[in-house]
Write a protein that binds this ligand. Structure first.
Ligand code: NG1
Ligand code: ZN
Length: 542
């Protein structure tokens, strides 16, 4: 380590005095002006991580669905997974070290994580379309360079593309080629193969309107368009040429407000979807002839995919391979449908993609989705090998064809992380193959009315949870109050947890009617306010 160079370079990316940030569920997130030193230091950390695992790692500059003025950074591990939890703490330590402590913190991390400082380091960098992203990714480059790491800057990419590229690089091309062209070709080849199997529905062209949140999704979808089969017509809205990123549009806006994004003219019964700002989330929706808005969220996406995969897996003799992973935010109706009607095991884990991903790895075929539309499907090596073998060698035509469809699904799904582009193509292929309309998909089950609220408290850590965040263990008496409130409503459920990305406690409630869900959410919010040190005015009824 060239200490003089480190000192000089770091001085160009000074840490604002007193500022302390934490590597949370979504990496670092803050106003863009506060992040220059964080980016430089994450460049440093990426080099250390790459040396520790002797592989290429990724750094993505994005703040996803957050306002355009914000930014953030996430590290990507060698197989395209989120940064290992043991390193999240190193990230926080390095981010918050004062200038004069920087070198000793690096040395300490190297000792704890057995990093050989003489090894090669390789880092892939990507960024979203925020005005601040280019300069911030330059700070990442400075951090990588000063510690002697190599880097490849892919420039503007979606978050899932960067995860994919890192995975390709470290599997020596087994997962695909580590180029954007390789990504487009792999996905579109699988998609085209699947669409060839679709029964002709009389409708020769399939139209889909996509709200790109004024973000990177628009750019990358238009790059990919030439690769799509010509009967699939994707119409892009909110492509970033007119309005601000994520402003009144995008997957998060649509999910939270349960209404159409600005800038997309909804016609009755038309199938539409929204990406978020870095294109790792997707939700679908439509408006019926009476003008009623129907949201099709991550739970319904997981259900559609599970129905489709279950049928195919049964055909190839692997019916018990499938499991679904959800969080406590999954609508009760989805869990009920998956368990009772589809007879698929469902597991509940803590909020945060890394928890879902980790759990899904336990199964031959693990489908995971957050209700907000982030998710994917993981296939074990054993399941994939078996499927590929059946697709090639199986004599029984029906079984062989099912295996071929499964093989193409494996190629179409981005197994490294939730990917709006890949998920969209998976959904479009399933709808076409099953001859399902968006209304039929929506009607598979009816969501229980629900309400999500935030409560401001002095210290959100006052709320402790257990059982995948479904029960509050602190403050004392809170869970008992929630239990009593839930009992007063039909088909009701409620839970509270401290947010990992905002300084608030989140309250979720569902019940048989919207009025009941709203009332329950308000009652629980009041209980949190009184027992967990509420700030400002008490929560108001909805
Ligand atoms: P927090 O702020 O911890 O609730 C939110 C989302 C998560 C996840 C993360 C990361 C909800 C209720 N929570 O987490 O699902 O997506 O952001 O972006 O949607
Ligand atoms: Zn995102």
């Amino acid at each position: 380590m060239d200490l003089e160079a480190l000192k000089n370079s770091s001085a160009l990316h000074p840490k604002p005095p007193g500022l302390a940030l934490q590597y949370g569920t979504a990496g670092f997130r803050a106003r863009a002006q506060q992040l220059d030193h964080i980016m430089f230091r994450m460049g440093l950390l990426a080099v250390l991580r790459s040396r520790a695992v002797a592989a290429t790692v990724g750094v993505m500059v994005t703040a996803s669905h957050n306002p355009e003025e914000d930014n953030g950074v996430k590290l990507v591990d060698p197989l395209g997974e989120m940064l290992h939890p043991s390193w999240e703490e190193y990230a926080t330590q390095l981010a918050n070290a004062e200038e004069e402590e920087l070198q000793s913190v690096i040395t300490e991390i190297c000792q704890k994580a057995a990093v050989n400082q003489h090894k090669d380091a390789s880092v892939f960098i990507g960024r979203d379309t925020r005005p601040s992203s280019e300069q911030l990714s330059q700070a990442v480059v400075d951090g990588i360079s000063v510690l002697g790491g190599q880097y490849h800057d892919y420039g503007l990419v979606t978050t899932p593309q960067l995860h994919y590229l890192v995975c390709c690089q470290n599997t020596q091309g087994q997962y695909g080629r580590a180029t954007l062209e390789g990504y487009y070709e792999k996905l579109s080849r699988a998609f085209t193969e699947l669409m060839k199997q679709a029964p002709s529905s009389g409708e020769h062209q399939r139209h889909l309107k996509v709200d790109c949140a004024n973000g990177i999704g628009a750019l990358k979808l238009s790059e990919m368009e030439p690769y799509f089969p010509k009967e699939v017509l994707i119409h892009l809205y909110n492509d970033g040429t007119k309005e601000k990123l994520n402003h009144l549009c995008g997957a998060d806006f649509v999910k939270v407000n349960q209404k159409a994004p600005r800038g997309l003219d909804l016609k009755p019964n038309e199938r539409c979807c929204s990406f978020d700002g870095d294109a790792d989330r997707i939700v679908y929706y439509y408006e019926d002839t009476s003008g009623h808005f129907h949201l099709i969220d991550g739970d319904k996406i997981a259900t559609l995919i599970s129905i489709f995969l279950k049928e195919l897996l049964a055909k190839v003799g692997q019916s018990s391979a499938l499991a679904v992973v959800q969080t406590a935010y999954a609508n009760g109706s989805s869990t009920h449908y998956l368990q009772e009607t589809l007879k698929v095991p469902v597991h509940c884990v803590k909020t945060g993609v890394k928890h879902l991903h980790h759990k899904a790895q336990e199964f031959d075929v693990g489908v995971y989705f957050e209700a907000n539309g982030h998710g994917t499907v993981l296939f074990s090596k054993a399941a994939e090998t078996k499927i590929r073998q059946l697709a090639k060698e199986e004599k029984d035509a029906e079984k062989r064809d099912a295996a071929k469809v499964l093989g193409n699904m494996i190629d179409l799904i981005n197994q490294t992380v939730g990917d709006a582009v890949s998920d969209m193509l998976v959904i479009e292929a399933i709808l076409a193959l099953k001859g399902l309309s968006v209304q039929q998909w929506d009607a598979i089950y009816t969501d229980l009315p629900n309400r999500l609220l935030k409560v401001q408290v002095a210290d959100r850590r006052a709320v402790g949870t257990a059982d995948a965040e479904r029960r509050a263990v602190s403050p004392a008496g809170l869970q008992e109050q929630i239990d009593a409130l839930v009992k007063r409503h039909r088909l009701a459920r409620a839970f509270v947890r401290p947010s990992g990305t905002e300084d608030v406690v989140r309250v979720y409630a569902e019940a048989d009617t919207q009025e009941a869900a709203d009332a329950l959410a308000h009652e629980v919010a009041l209980a949190v306010y009184h027992l967990a040190g509420g700030k400002g005015a008490p929560p108001q009824p909805i």
